[in-house]
Design a protein around this ligand. Sequence first.
Ligand SMILES: Nc1ncnc2c1ncn2[C@@H]1O[C@H](COP(=O)(O)OP(=O)(O)OP(=O)(O)O)[C@@H](O)[C@H]1O
Ligand SMILES: CC(=O)N[C@H]1[C@@H]2OC[C@@H](O2)[C@@H](O)[C@@H]1O[C@H](C)C(=O)O
Length: 383
Amino acid sequence: MPRPLKAIGLMSGTSLDGVDVALIETDGESVAAFGPALTFAYGEDDRALFVAALEAARTLTDRDARPGALAAAEGRLTERHAQALAAFFEQHPVHRDVSVIGFHGQTVLHRPEIRLTIQIGDGPGLARAVRAMVPPPGPNLVYDLRAADVAAGGQGAPLVPVYHRALAHGLSLAGPLLVLNLGGVANITYIDGEADPIACDTGPANALIDDFMQARTGIPLDRDGAAAAAGRVDEAALARLLTHPFFARRPPKSLDRNDFREWVTEHAGLDGMSVADGAATLTALTAACVGAVLPHLPKPPRTLIAAGGGAHNPTLLRFLRARLGVEVMTADAVGWSTDALEAQAFGFLAVRALRGLPLSFPTTTGVPRPITGGVIELPLPAA
Ligand SMILES: Nc1ncnc2c1ncn2[C@@H]1O[C@H](COP(=O)(O)OP(=O)(O)OP(=O)(O)O)[C@@H](O)[C@H]1O
Ligand SMILES: CC(=O)N[C@H]1[C@@H]2OC[C@@H](O2)[C@@H](O)[C@@H]1O[C@H](C)C(=O)O
């Protein structure tokens, strides 16, 4: 067995809330140890620039083009990642021991149906910043981890299932197990013993709730699900929303952050609802979308492990229990990390990329064969 490497994962998710940094020790097959993690929060002007970049990306067909706000956003994003790493090394001086850094970047457009997925983030630029922080030889840096899968005909997402599978090996919970990541978009990994994990995006997680709360209250989340808890779910609106053809499609399938934006504007009737009822209806939508994937799975899952920011929303967890009829636990409760799981996954994926191991599989992204990915920036040779 190869020796475990210290790997750092850097993730900027669809919520646009900050850079998650996490250290793990892994050989790319199993996890030897979890290290510390931190979130480096974006400022309001960063978030505004990234929102503008998402808009500028909407009509792109060339993944290397950076029109409008995209060029400035890519520079800012790379700078914030360098600052996040510097803050991490300041708190945890492990920089000489780190072998590899996995850099996800920020997805600004995801259109796998036309073989297009675009993550901004300057890999060589971040590698230069890392070299300025760490004495030679320094770590390898792996970036652009979705491109190879999409080029080969896969969905390019979700990529975390191979990490979920590695973590699940250490658990003794009743299976089948469903790991649910509740970021801006929700994705699941279904794990039943040694069978290949099945994965897909299920629908919105927090992005619609965040956008609704931002528009109605000026605060970009429903903290602790308080508004939703005080509201009434509009079941008729929910039923209309669930007629979207995405839900009838079998996995693998994936989403762009904004895929449901117009659909919700046209079908939810949110303008006529109170803040509480709107939040309740959108929170129920997130839970119902996970419910909508169950008929596509081989067996009903027995246990659901919720990770990502949405796992901090007790109303959402309650709706999941009620609508799915499964036991719901948080990642923290099973000894994983609710907040650092995705960043850890990109450290894990970076080690797999270094070793040439597959990142994605026919059952996770629909790629025709298991495939590795990522672009590797090698460290400078030792002086
Ligand atoms: N205490 C809380 N109560 C309610 N919602 C919360 C709470 N904490 C975080 N969230 C939600 O979680 C979101 C952030 O989740 P997370 O950091 O997992 O997303 P992400 O990694 O950016 O997204 P993705 O996984 O889609 O890439 C916030 O935007 C917010 O909606
Ligand atoms: C294209 C893209 O960036 N997709 C993200 C997004 O955020 C959640 C969901 O949609 C998931 O498919 C994916 O991220 C996770 C980390 C993944 O690839 O597993």
